[in-house]
Structures are given as structure tokens and as C-alpha cells.
Design a binder for this molecule. Sequence first.
Ligand code: SAM
Length: 218
Amino acid sequence: MTIWTALGRQLRCPRGPVGRTVGTLMRVANARPNALAVAALDLRPADEVLELGCGPGHAVAMMAEQVRHGTVHGIDPSATMLAQARARNRRAVRGGRIRLYRAKIEQLPFANASMDKILAVNVAYFWHEPALALSEIRRVLRPAGILSIYVTDASAMRRWPFADAETHRLFDCAELSRALRHGDFRHETVTITKVQITRRIAGLVATVTIKPGGLPDR
Ligand SMILES: C[S@@+](CC[C@H](N)C(=O)[O-])C[C@H]1O[C@@H](n2cnc3c(N)ncnc32)[C@H](O)[C@@H]1O
């Protein structure tokens, strides 16, 4: 295994001392993508919010500052990331304003139509069955709910040796649009915006707004 494959695997599921270092780096590297994707959620004080792949808990902290009366839920399959997210958000976790769960997107531990907003930053690369992941997201989103996804554009990811096909599925605008517009979200409003993270790194923020009223069309 090369060092790049090892890094790709750590990004997919950080573990151990290396995973803790990766988590610390994520806080810096993902600050702008998180800020852009959270802004697209249009958070309200009483929202029930879910972050998929919450990693070290940077975005759940940011969202809990805006969601004063609702709850921010975060899931991640990595015990190392959940420990960092708990440590980062100790007081809000103790007060029940942030709840963290060891879980994967493919099987969300939440009831149908239980979330107003869902965030997914830098995690869609690891959805080996995007249709299943999107179907779970659709199931737990309420009518008029919003999903915000950030991915770094494939044009930048292709230059990064850790983002190879063994661990990462890459998205450009067309691929992300296809995944969102042809599955469970085909009747919803999908917007994809290209954003500049640095001069050489472009990202995509996709938002899906569920129609008000009615139960998920399944
Ligand atoms: C690159 S990190 C991004 C973390 C965080 N969203 C951020 O922006 O800093 C990817 C995270 O997704 C998690 N992850 C990987 N596969 C997942 C899955 N199937 N369901 C939910 N989370 C997953 C990993 O454990 C890791 O914490």
C-alpha cells in the first residue's frame, strides 16, 4: 500500500493517532467548504439539523451557534472522529443541543421526515452506492427541508494522489447533477453552484429543496 492510499483510507475513515492528526488538519482544510455549505442551509433557530460524516465536529459546532432551540445531530462511522467531535463540543453535547451517533449514511438511525436540514461536506466521495445514500437522505428530510452538499470539483481532486478510485468517487458538476436529478430528488429543486476555495481549487455546493407538503414520494 502506498502512503497516498493510506491517506485516502484515513480520510474515508480516520482511525488511531494518524486519524487524529487527519482530523486536526480537516478543521483547517474544510473551514471554507463548511462555511459555504452551512450558509446554503438557511438555518433557523428551531431547526432539527443533521450532518452526515461530521468528522471532528467543526460544522456541528458552527450550526449549533445558529440553532439555539433545535438540535444538531452528527453521524460518523469513525470512533476517532466522534471522540474529537465530542471533545470539541463537550458543553453542547452535555446540554443535548448536539447529539453524535456512530452510524453510516446508508442506514440512518432517524425516523422518516425528522430533519429540517441536512449537511454533507466532503463525504459524497465515500458513498459507494450514491442512490442508496440519497434515498436515506430523502427519507429523513421533512417537507420544505434543505440538503446542502459540498464536494471539491473533480478537476482539482484528480491532481491529488490520495483521491484515487479505491477510496474516492469524484464528482464534477454533470456527475453531481446526474446523481441528484435522477434519483429520489428528481421532483425537487436542485441548484449547483461552483465556488472557489483557493485560486487553484474549485468546489461545488449543491442544494436540494424539498417541496412543501406531502410525504416522501417513494
Ligand atoms: C473528509 S472527512 C470530512 C469531515 C467533515 N465533514 C469536514 O468537513 O471536516 C469525511 C468523513 O466522512 C466519514 N464517512 C466516511 N464514510 C461515511 C459513510 N458511509 N457515512 C457517513 N460518514 C462517512 C468519515 O469517517 C470522515 O469523518
